[in-house]
Design a protein around this ligand. Structure first.
Ligand SMILES: C[S@@+](CC[C@H](N)C(=O)[O-])C[C@H]1O[C@@H](n2cnc3c(N)ncnc32)[C@H](O)[C@@H]1O
Length: 273
């Protein structure tokens, strides 16, 4: 009997087959570049190699996996309060480490506000995750907990974004060939500084992974962050990105006291204990 349209099985769309964590790691993260920067900056500040790292808001622990791969003797504690994302990291990232590397990484389902650890060289709060803390007193409490978790000469690494487009309701798209990444600045309230951000993915077959990730954040400015870090005991330096011939960011971040009033920028904040 000929197959009718009715009983023909529908092929799952690309969006149905996609894994949002894989898409995120590919389109948002650059863990090799990030660990290069952190490792090099710590060494130039402290004249020794960092060994121990605590990755707050670790998600899939991709960055910490890169850390333990980087040098024998590097250890990582990864903190996230979402067991599902930690499980994904264990099954997809830790599973690719050697047995020896796996012994040097620990996943913890904990709140970054409550976590207590033996002091480490580095604490990381990357991809703006700490912007979930929306008022000064909560943010300072978090920064104090990062301070407590560090050795005497430890360094806290964070990132931040800004520029006049950070306050606009707009979308930015990047084409990765097999999919399009969409950064959606859904809303911004100038009165309380709260911003709603989403990541969507679009595919060649027209299917979409809408609201793959949703972030309800306070859009903090650099002077606010530097002041709160100082209240928690840190001395902060902003590392501003250089520009290439094409006038786009070149991925090289150096200490700066003067930035540019660009439409959009991303910086590292290096906060020394
Ligand atoms: C943007 S994602 C992870 C980003 C990742 N650090 C990176 O560099 O791409 C934010 C993560 O923070 C976690 N998170 C949010 N609030 C938290 C908290 N108070 N304690 C621990 N984890 C938290 C979420 O579960 C989520 O996995």
């Amino acid at each position: 009997m000929a197959t009718t349209t009715k009983n023909k099985k529908k092929k799952p769309t690309q969006a149905c087959r996609a894994d949002k964590h894989k898409l995120y790691e590919y389109s948002v993260q650059n863990v090799k570049g990030e660990i290069d920067f952190i490792d090099h900056t710590f060494r130039s500040l402290r004249k020794r190699n960092a060994k121990t790292l605590r990755e707050d808001f670790c998600g899939t622990a991709n960055t910490s996996c890169e850390w333990v791969r980087r040098r024998n003797g590097n250890h990582a504690i990864c903190v996230d309060h979402d067991q599902a994302v930690l499980d994904w990291g264990r099954n997809n990232n830790l599973s690719r480490l050697t047995r020896a590397q796996k012994k040097r990484i620990l996943l913890l389902n904990e709140d970054v506000m409550q976590i207590r650890n033996d002091p480490v060289d580095l604490v990381l709060a990357m991809n703006f995750s700490y912007w979930v803390f929306k008022d000064r007193s909560t943010m300072i409490k978090y920064f104090r907990n990062a301070y407590k978790g560090l050795k005497k000469d430890g360094v806290f690494f964070l990132d931040a974004f800004g520029g006049f487009e950070a306050f606009r309701e707009m979308e930015e798209r990047r084409d990765y060939g097999k999919f399009i990444y969409v950064w959606d600045q859904v809303s911004y309230n100038p009165i309380d500084g709260h911003g709603l951000f989403k990541i969507h993915y679009k595919f060649k077959d027209g299917s979409k992974l809408k609201d793959a990730f949703i972030y309800d954040w306070r859009v903090w400015t650099l002077p606010e962050l530097i002041e709160m870090l100082a209240e928690a005991g840190f001395k902060s330096t902003i590392y501003w990105e250089g520009t290439g011939k094409d006038k786009e960011g070149n991925g090289v971040f150096t200490p700066a006291t003067q930035g540019e009033a660009d439409a959009g920028w991303v910086v590292y904040i290096v906060a020394e204990k």
